[in-house]
Design a protein. Structure first.
Lengths: 522, 408
């Protein structure tokens, strides 16, 4: 009996409930089988499965979000809004516009762009239409957008959620659905000016967010590659040695060296030479020194990188941000697609919960977060060309803010601080001291709303004054406008300051002005 | 040869390239087949398909977005930002807070919630973990959120994209990925106050957005059901007659009557009686008149609805929005889950591109957009009982997916 016959019999056995372990032999050499026929058979079997009630049968309702995802409650949303306002304010200050793209792309758009990380992509079910996948980052959609619209120059930010089927470790702050916040400058420009502006933007954002002290480490892909070359690293080991060097932010040199020599097969001599370089940090002075370095200067590539670092630092000086920027030869972050400068911002303060990462062999994922890392980026001149049918190059430099990390830190800060985070922005509670005043309250609140004042009233015909005041305390509402029978006769409203409990009668006519005055002073 | 044997042979024939048409007989009566075994066989076949290069083979790069979706360019984003700022500013003025939920839910969370529309849900591929689906609206996630967190009182807005595998007709403004902008007040409160505030909010938003003149039509599910009862509609035809009445915003009465009588089997007499009522529009005065109406007043249900409409209008007067609100007995919108007042805002100006909808038989989808409709909602008590102990809620769910069409 030929192989196909055996397959059929075993399939049949399976269907009749026999426990025979079956394995599909490689059948691609057998003639006549087409994908369409297989599809047909699969469809029939799935139909059978459905008939058997294959989807659990019962519709038991489980109250949970999907693994690796979470809701944002109003407190978290309030924090999130504050963070976005700061970041977007900074992007706008630098003249950026924004775009948005769909949450899913054609599967083929994402295929071949993420290397090993491709297995982390969420696919949509084949429901008879196009094959789709959830976006994995914002950079590939950006490149597609540029190519589709034949755009050669743009300065854009994009804040949106992306999706990765990681093994989420919630305590480590790693989710499957998380925000990315990207800023990129695309276009052919004079060297290092946009690159410097990216760093200025990172500096501004991190300063305004008030996360504590930070450093921005800078390096260059060409310097790394040149360094490897002059240290005797074989060409074909560049990338893998690079990812080992990248671990220096988490591991001590001895362990990194061990990996280079024992696991990656580098000579100890080469490793030691690398060791000397990667311990170097500095500013423009270091770049100048290395340009004079006997070994390093042998690499044209490295020299090009070093000259650009010099130029960069001259601009950073003018931007007044050199206090926090460090040229650090151990920085080897990220994706294969960086072609020039690379940078990473780290928080330096102890007390910030460390976010450890899973070391990933090969190219570390863009999201691999070292302890305290809150932003990262670099220059990537070759990516857009991959999408363009004519292979037109659009040079890009950009940065991605680790916004989930920022949320996490801000949430912790809010928790630790005595000050409550308000979830609403109500300025005035319209309250009543006696019964049967609902009509009057609704009249008053309408005047306030029509004047643009943020106000609330309880949805009760006759609420107790105490409950209304309690609501103010809980919500952080600063003012109460209290109506009472006497006040109505006198044409006034009693305005009460929740924090101090002081009360003052304000005429109806002056009320809106008084509220505006008090809330603008706050 | 028994049925199973025939199935197997035919499967084999298929595999060896024979053109025999095959159909799977109903096999669920056969003993011993388990779901696990079927899964195993399916997996093997899919593996074979993959080996044969079933995914097109070539990696030809096509520069397009998925069907029914689109990018937003910077101009559109600037407009979008302005619109959101206006809307959110209004929600905040009324003391609402906001939440956010994941873009996908456990498949089982969405199962059984959307009736016929369930076939429009995007599923994620089974990649070995939980079965997931993209959210279809913001209401079911909201209800899940309330139940999970044991929340009984909240005033929240939620602006986010939802996903439906519609047949998108881009010119009709119907996408597969589109924004929904929901505002809901959940909790047990004195009658009609929050309901009135929802309408005040719709009025404020539509005024500030400067889209031209608009009207907010108001009705009540209890009035509709009471009206059907006193007009002689059999109980079991309520919902289907309701969805026919709903077509009055697109079709003339003659055609609607024809559908009631010819397709839905209603007596011509009943249809005529309905016809008299559904032509009525007004304000508090109409509610008062109907409470005196000899026929209508026979229905306790209708009277309860009419009293609430009266109360609603008294609050709307205080809120200074009665100029745009109309009590309209032909309004029969939406989902089965509205239990009290229902409302829909329509733009009245000519020149606004009409957005026609696909008439869907049965319960019209929440998203079925009549000409110029820009917002809709109502009270939905009891729906939340599905998740947790009785939650009284009312909501207003403007469908802003149409917005860019009108203002862009």
């Amino acid at each position: 009996m030929n192989m196909l016959g055996m397959f059929c019999i075993r399939a049949c056995s399976g269907l009749v409930g026999c426990r025979t372990a079956t394995r599909v032999r490689s059948l691609h050499s057998l003639p006549g089988i087409t994908v369409a026929q297989i599809d047909e058979e699969v469809a029939k079997l799935l139909q059978l499965k459905a008939q058997l009630g294959g989807d659990d049968g019962k519709h038991q309702f489980v109250l949970k979000t999907a693994k690796g995802t979470r809701d944002y409650n109003p407190k978290q949303m309030a924090i999130r809004e504050k963070v976005f306002n700061t970041i977007i304010g900074c992007f706008k200050r630098h003249g950026a516009e924004t775009i948005d793209t769909p949450v899913f792309e054609l599967k083929e758009t994402l295929t071949g762009k993420y290397g090993e990380d491709s297995k982390l992509i969420y696919d949509l079910k084949d429901q008879g239409g196009e094959l789709l996948s959830l976006r994995y980052d914002l950079t590939v959609p950006f490149a597609r957008y540029l190519a589709m619209n034949k755009i050669t120059n743009i300065k854009r930010y994009h804040i949106a959620k992306v999706y990765r089927r990681d093994n989420p470790a919630m305590t480590r702050g790693r989710y499957r659905e998380f925000y990315q916040c990207d800023f990129d400058i695309a276009g052919q420009y004079d060297a290092m000016i946009p690159d410097a502006e990216c760093l200025k933007i990172v500096h501004e954002i991190l300063s305004e967010l008030d996360l504590g002290d930070f450093r921005i480490k800078v390096n260059d892909r060409r310097i790394l590659d040149g360094m490897f070359a002059v240290c005797g690293v074989p060409d074909d080991k560049f990338r893998t040695i690079c990812s080992t060097v990248d671990k220096l932010d988490k591991l001590p040199w001895e362990e990194v060296k061990k990996e280079m020599v024992n696991e990656k097969g580098l000579s100890e001599e080469a490793a030691d030479q690398i060791g000397e370089y990667v311990s170097m940090q500095g500013g423009m002075d270091l770049a100048e020194r290395l340009l004079q370095d006997q070994k390093m200067s042998q690499s044209k590539q490295a020299c090009a990188g070093l000259s650009d670092i010099k130029l960069l630092f001259s601009y950073l000086q003018l931007f007044q941000v050199t206090d926090k920027v460090v040229f650090d030869l151990s920085l080897a972050r990220g994706l294969d697609y960086y072609t020039g400068i690379i940078y990473e911002a780290v928080l330096t303060q102890a007390g910030v919960a460390p976010v450890t990462t899973d070391a990933q062999n090969g190219a570390p994922s863009e999201e691999s977060v070292s302890v305290g890392s809150v932003a990262g980026g670099g220059r990537y001149d070759g990516l857009v060309g991959m999408f363009d049918p004519k292979g037109r190059k659009v040079p890009c430099v950009g940065v991605s803010i680790g916004i989930e990390r920022v949320f996490s830190i801000m949430e912790q800060k809010a928790e630790a601080s005595a000050e409550k985070v308000r979830t609403t922005e109500v300025q005035v509670m319209v309250a009543s001291a006696q019964k049967n005043l609902l009509e009057e309250k609704l009249k008053l609140i309408t005047e306030l709303w029509n004047a643009g004042i943020k106000a609330e009233v309880m949805y009760k015909k006759n609420p107790k004054l105490l409950s209304q005041l309690q609501h103010c305390e809980e919500s952080g509402i600063p003012l109460v406008a209290i109506l009472g029978e006497q006040e109505l006769k006198d044409g006034v409203v009693k305005l009460r300051v929740v924090a101090t409990r002081e009360e003052v009668d304000i005429s109806r006519a002056d009320l809106i002005g008084e509220i505006r005055r008090r809330t603008s002073e706050a | 040869m028994n049925m199973l044997g025939m199935f197997c042979i035919r499967a084999c024939s298929g595999l060896v390239g024979c053109r025999t048409a095959t159909r799977v007989r109903s096999l669920h009566s056969l003993p011993g087949i388990t779901v696990a075994q079927i899964d195993e066989e399916v997996a093997k076949l899919l593996q074979l398909k993959a080996q044969l290069g079933g995914d097109d083979g070539k990696h030809q790069f096509v520069l397009k977005t998925a069907k029914g979706t689109r990018d937003y360019n910077p101009k559109q984003m600037a407009i979008r930002e302005k619109v959101f700022n206006t809307i959110i500013g209004c929600f905040k003025r009324h003391g609402a807070e906001t939440i956010d939920t994941p873009v996908f839910e456990l498949k089982e969370t969405l199962t059984g919630k959307y009736g016929e529309d369930s076939k429009l849900i995007y599923d994620l591929k089974d990649q070995g973990g939980e079965l997931l689906s993209l959210r279809y609206d913001l209401t079911v996630p909201f209800a899940r959120y309330l139940a999970m967190n044991k929340i009984t009182n909240i005033k929240r807005y939620h602006i986010a994209k939802v996903y439906r595998r519609d047949n998108p007709a881009m010119t009709r403004g119907r996408y597969r990925e589109f924004y929904q902008c929901d505002f809901d007040i959940a909790g047990q409160y004195d009658a009609m106050i929050p309901d009135a505030e929802c309408l005040k909010i719709v009025h404020e938003i539509l005024s500030e957005l400067d889209l031209g003149d608009f009207r907010i039509k108001v009705n009540d599910r209890r009035i509709l059901d009471g009206m059907f009862a006193v007009c002689g509609v059999p109980d079991d035809k309520f919902r289907t007659i309701c969805s026919t009445v709903d077509k009055l915003d697109k079709l003339p009465w003659e055609e609607v009557k024809k559908e009631m009588v010819n397709e839905k089997g209603l007596s011509e007499e009943a249809a005529d009686q309905i016809g008299e009522y559904v032509s009525m529009q007004g304000g508090m005065d109409l509610a008062e008149r109907l409470l005196q109406d000899q026929k209508m007043s026979q229905s306790k249900q209708a009277c309860a609805g009419l009293s609430d409409i009266k109360l609603l209008f008294s609050y709307l007067q205080l809120f200074q929005v009665t100029d745009k609100v109309v009590f309209d007995l032909s309004l029969a919108r939406g989902l089965d889950y509205y239990t009290g007042i229902i409302y829909e805002a329509v733009l009245t100006q000519a020149g606004v591109a009409p957005v026609t909808t696909d008439a869907q038989n049965g319960a019209p989808s929440e998203e079925s957009v009549s000409v110029g409709s820009v917002a809709g909602g109502g009270r939905y008590d009891g729906k939340c009982r599905v998740w947790a102990s009785a939650l009284a809620s009312r909501g207003s769910s403007p469908s802003w997916s149409r917005k860019p069409r009108h203002i862009g």
